[in-house]
Design a protein around this ligand. Structure first.
Ligand SMILES: *[C@@H]1O[C@H](CO)[C@@H](O)[C@H](O)[C@H]1NC(C)=O
Ligand SMILES: *[C@@H]1O[C@H](CO)[C@@H](O)[C@H](O)[C@H]1NC(C)=O
Length: 461
């Protein structure tokens, strides 16, 4: 169990940073007023993705202490699985959280394109997305096969090696017709569909390619249903899909609808809403596993914009009410129906392990929804109503907490502010750079005092 927890911590940091990307960009002006430099935070958070790159690094790689790695991934299986992202911290490539990361990066790019462009980061956002989608294209060379993972969490966690030196198993695992995985497949379809929207103008051919993959994946996931952690036992201790695949399939359908405008996908999200829990689950967490709040907000957007047929309305209303349950829970306005807890310092608190991912994901959804509502409208929660400004203010407060407005005055973002963690969340960051010392460094057992030293350093700034 300790191992599983370790992984969760690791990965969620990745999510935390990426989610920051989006909410930061929303509001550069206001931020300047109270001392937070969101532009810099956006810049830093995009660098983080470069630190997690696997494969052959390009000439314009900015994070220079990393090198080429995982160049034989897929070789044993006769496929090319070079590229993609490490799982933050370790050297495994896990498909489900990686795909969620790409979906969220794409959503942020779609929603905040103007702000990202104004901040001069558009190219870097596209590169961060493409590093993921190029890999998914490789992982999906046959309609009903998707490679789910490269590397093995168990052996990986017993060594402390730079990815450039890896000697651990690089076995790859897949889902197919006999061993389905609709959660993984659905999330990857969502990522490809959302990314196809991002690339539509700048690279229409690439956008079409991504969309073809998204449509094929969606069909595969729907036709051969099952949970991927039943098919790929190796993921179970690290990224088990606790919420099942209903949320990912609805999420994929709504992203495909947004990408294609085709009513087939909206019909699916409406027809399957009940069976897949889309209109049933009122949940206070949005994460790499549990996407209900996100897809409920996508559905609510269609309703708010009147972008639907009359017969869809009742179901979309139900989606919207569940979306609002989530937002009201974050605002603490659900009364007895359930709110998200807060720490003494005011941070949203979902659970002990890697809590920041839920904080930044919540801030993102709050920001997005505040933009979907008209500025004069209100969010009617059981305990009290909230103005659009209140939603945005909560999102900003959570972002500012991450950036240092917290009881210890520590920024959780490497390189931001004057007190921050000194090493990004990857084990390679705690070992000499292979550029400085290219000699092979063998496998070492994790030294507990490394963790102690690091956390002390973080606390002392
Ligand atoms: C809030 O914290 C309490 C006490 O730890 C816990 O019982 C409850 O489940 C938490 N609520 C949520 C929504 O997580
Ligand atoms: C673990 O790390 C600490 C601090 O760097 C060091 O003093 C100690 O010798 C290391 N222990 C082992 C077994 O490598």
């Amino acid at each position: 169990m300790a191992m599983a927890r370790g992984t969760k911590m690791v990965i969620s940091l990745l999510r935390a940073v990426l989610a920051l990307v989006m909410l930061l960009i929303g509001d550069t002006e206001a931020a300047a007023n109270h001392g937070f430099d969101y532009r810099k935070a956006l810049h830093n958070s995009l660098l983080y993705f470069e630190a997690q790159r696997s494969g052959h690094l390009p000439y314009n790689q900015r994070v220079q202490w990393r090198g080429h790695s995982g160049l034989g991934d897929g070789l044993q299986e006769g496929v090319d699985l070079v590229g993609g992202y490490y799982d933050a911290g370790d050297n495994v490539k896990f498909g489900l959280p990686m795909a969620f990361t790409v979906t969220m990066l794409s959503w942020s790019a779609i929603e905040f394109a103007d702000e990202i462009i104004a901040a001069g980061e558009w190219r870097h956002v596209l590169e961060a997305i493409k590093w993921g989608t190029d890999y998914f294209v490789k992982a999906h060379m046959e309609p009903d096969v998707l490679w789910a993972e490269v590397g093995d969490g168990d052996t990986d966690h017993y060594c402390w090696q730079r990815p450039e030196d890896m000697t651990t198993s690089r076995q790859a695992y897949k889902v197919d017709r006999e061993n389905p995985g609709s959660d993984l497949v659905g999330e990857t379809a969502a990522a490809m569909a959302a990314a196809s929207i991002v690339f539509r103008r700048s690279d229409p051919r690439y956008s079409d390619l991504l969309l073809r993959h998204a449509e094929q994946l969606f069909e595969f996931g729907d036709k051969y249903r099952g949970k991927y952690d039943s098919s790929v036992a190796e993921v179970w201790r690290y990224y088990a899909s606790v919420s099942g695949y209903g949320d990912e399939m609805l999420w994929a359908a709504l992203w495909l609808h947004r990408a294609t405008g085709s009513s087939i996908y909206l019909d699916y999200a409406v027809d399957m809403a009940d069976e897949f829990g889309g209109t049933g689950w009122a949940i206070t967490e949005f994460s790499w596993d549990v996407k209900y709040a996100g897809l409920q907000i996508l559905a609510a957007k269609l309703l708010l914009e009147g972008n639907h047929r009359p017969e869809h309305k009742p179901t979309l209303e139900q989606y919207k009410s569940k979306a609002e349950h989530y937002l009201c829970a974050c605002l603490g306005k659900n009364g007895d129906a359930g709110n998200v807890n807060r720490t003494a310092g005011g941070m949203l608190f979902v659970r002990q392990w890697n809590n920041m991912q839920y904080v930044t994901n919540a801030a993102f959804l709050l920001t997005v929804y505040s933009r979907y509502l008209t500025s004069s409208s209100e969010l009617h929660c059981p305990a009290a109503s909230s103005s659009v400004d209140e939603l945005a203010a909560l999102a900003r407060a959570q972002a500012d907490y991450v950036l240092g407005n917290n009881p210890t005055g520590v920024s959780y973002m490497v390189g931001y502010s004057h007190r921050f963690p000194r090493q990004v969340h990857h084990r390679a960051a705690s070992i000499v750079s292979h550029r400085a010392d290219g000699r092979f460094i063998g496998s070492v057992l994790p030294n507990r005092s490394i963790f102690k030293t690091t956390s002390k350093r973080i606390q002392n700034g």
